[in-house]
Design a binder for this molecule. Structure first.
Ligand code: ADE
Length: 254
């Protein structure tokens, strides 16, 4: 996967490449990340990349010419790549989208600054717009880094043999089960007994049920569109029954 980031702040992108899984993915050539400075495509003496908005108003707008030149330059180098503009107005990024992007041969990530980019860039030069959440950042760089990080770890091999993205939260449509490591007892809190049992079937069942309970408590919205297995439904029906019994006991007690 070739990531090409078009930005006015290449040094921000460099920070992502200095450690962890992304650094290793570059070393093992699963990915490459190149930053292109949009300012290098400005034509005037002052290398101007922004201007006042037509119609008035506060803030500055990124001029279309340097951005268009930078995108064309990147596309010429990587004609197969999918071009995304990072903007709070874009489609909301999620794990499903990360998976789809991981199947692309390359991504060109265009980072806006100031009040935004001239609208004509969106109309003609990008394939899609992407937002990482309903809040406004000072620019698209952090969003591009989020996309690079989330997509990289989905490229087979990047997590190394000891990890797997298959059981990640969201990949299964559920939140991930809780994790424990040594010590067995930490400040009075014990590791669940089943995880020490060596019974792989029981551990698998416990983890699945813990995922269901966590999702139910923390993100019930995820369960709305989720296809649940018959085991999950049996487990949830039992939960519902147990809850009813508990609530029934309380109402008779009061
Ligand atoms: N640029 C500014 N805010 C952003 C957001 N929430 N997502 C993507 N790009 C952005």
């Amino acid at each position: 996967m070739i990531f090409t980031v078009l930005t006015l702040f290449s040094e921000m992108i460099s920070a992502l490449l200095t450690g962890g899984i992304v650094k290793r993915a570059i070393e093992y050539q699963y990915i490459s990340v190149e930053s292109i400075n949009i300012r290098d495509f400005a034509k005037d003496r002052h290398r101007t990349v922004d201007d006042r908005p037509y119609g008035g108003g506060c803030g500055m707008v990124m001029k279309p010419e340097p951005v268009a030149e930078a995108i064309r330059h990147a596309r010429k180098k990587h004609p197969e790549a999918y071009t995304l503009l990072l903007t709070p107005q874009g489609q909301l990024f999620n794990q499903g989208l990360a998976q789809k992007l991981a199947d692309q041969p390359g991504l060109i990530l265009v980072c806006g600054r100031y009040e935004g980019i001239d609208e004509r860039i969106l109309e003609h030069l990008v394939d899609d717009e992407l937002s990482i959440g309903d809040y406004v950042l000072t620019g698209g760089e952090l969003a591009a880094m989020v996309v690079i990080d989330a997509v990289t770890r989905l490229i087979p091999g990047t997590l190394g043999g000891e990890y797997s993205a298959e059981e990640d939260s969201f990949s299964t449509g559920l939140l991930e089960y809780p994790h424990y490591t040594r010590p067995r007892s930490f400040e009075g809190a014990e590791v669940p007994e089943v995880l020490l049992s060596g019974n792989h079937a029981a551990i698998k069942e416990w983890r699945r049920q813990a995922s269901v309970v966590r999702t139910l408590l923390k993100r019930p919205d995820l369960l709305m569109d989720k296809h649940l297995s018959s085991d999950d439904i049996r487990f949830m029906t039992k939960l519902q029954k147990d809850l009813k019994t508990i609530m029934g006991n309380h109402s008779t007690a009061s």
